[in-house]
Design a protein around this ligand. Structure first.
Ligand code: KIV
Ligand code: NA
Length: 278
């Protein structure tokens, strides 16, 4: 498949073809995303913090750590459009600082777009990056980088005021130039409403089937994540049990001496050479 572009993503939205986005954190997961011609976007999500680095929150992730992982994902990415999250605290200080950080993600990491969480309060930053030529994906609804301020990871926009705020935020981000938007953990009715109001693609996670596309964390798809499983997660494989069985069988074979096989899994010395050596 040819490289997916923003124009291509808009065409998918227009034809009501659901857009498929998957997260990746390193070279092997990038190859996994690229292995299917149906993957439209590979996202280096800052869920990297928990899923690949063992932190308890995305707020612990640094820009240098993110760039290190983007580089690996970039090396394994073929046709999917490549987007990465701007880590917590890297797009709030000033426009100059934000541009510098986003430019590093593009120049050093090789991403084609950046994603950032927030609404009306970040429109200046979205507009600035768009003007510089860095495509921005918005992210509204549940904002994991603000889990402390939001008192946990909870569904957003269930009240009239909450729903109005999300619509306002989404429209403001679109006006500021966002090329697409993640809607996380909001009621499906609201997600459908926002999707109809906008002229850019919405990518839902926990937002029901009516958005322009879907995104899931690759470890949730593959069943390798052993932490909390959200309501909106569907496991499409059970790699964790396969993986752990492989480790156990290897260990047993080492312990009982059956690995390695002396013939098929070992090298031999030529007998005459070995006699001379002795
Ligand atoms: O960090 C992440 O993985 C994300 C997606 C799940 C939207 O932001
Ligand atoms: Na994220």
């Amino acid at each position: 498949r040819k490289k997916v572009t923003i124009q291509g993503l808009h065409a998918l939205r227009s034809s009501k073809t659901p857009i498929s986005m998957i997260t990746a954190y390193d070279y092997p997961t990038a190859l996994a995303c690229s292995s299917s011609s149906l993957t439209d976007i590979t996202l280096v999500g800052d869920s990297l913090a928990q899923v690949a680095l063992g932190y308890t929150s995305t707020t612990q992730l640094t820009l240098d750590e993110m760039i290190h992982h983007i580089k690996a994902v970039s090396r394994g990415t073929t046709h999917p459009f490549l987007v990465a999250d701007m880590p917590f605290g890297t797009y709030n200080e000033s426009l100059e600082e934000t541009v510098r950080n986003a430019v590093r993600m593009v120049r050093e990491g090789g991403v084609e777009g950046v994603k950032m969480e927030g609404g009306v309060e970040i429109v200046d930053v979205v507009r600035k990056l768009t003007q510089v030529g860095i495509p921005v994906m918005g992210h509204v609804g549940l904002l994991p980088q603000r889990h402390a301020a939001l008192s946990g990871y909870r569904v957003q926009g269930r009240s009239v005021d909450g729903a109005r705020k999300i619509v306002q935020d989404a429209l403001a981000l679109q006006d500021a130039g966002a090329f697409s938007m993640v809607l996380e953990a909001i009621p499906k009715e609201l997600a459908n409403y926002v999707t109809e109001k906008l002229r850019i693609p919405t990518i839902g996670i926990g937002a029901g089937p009516g958005t322009s596309g879907q995104v899931l964390v690759i470890d949730d798809i593959m069943g390798t994540w052993s932490g909390h499983k959200a309501k909106f997660v569907r496991r499409f494989a059970d790699l964790k049990s396969v993986r752990d069985i492989g480790v156990q069988h290897y260990n047993e074979a080492v312990r009982d001496g059956s690995f390695p096989d002396p013939t098929s899994e070992s090298y031999s010395m030529d007998p005459t050479e070995w006699t001379k050596f002795l």
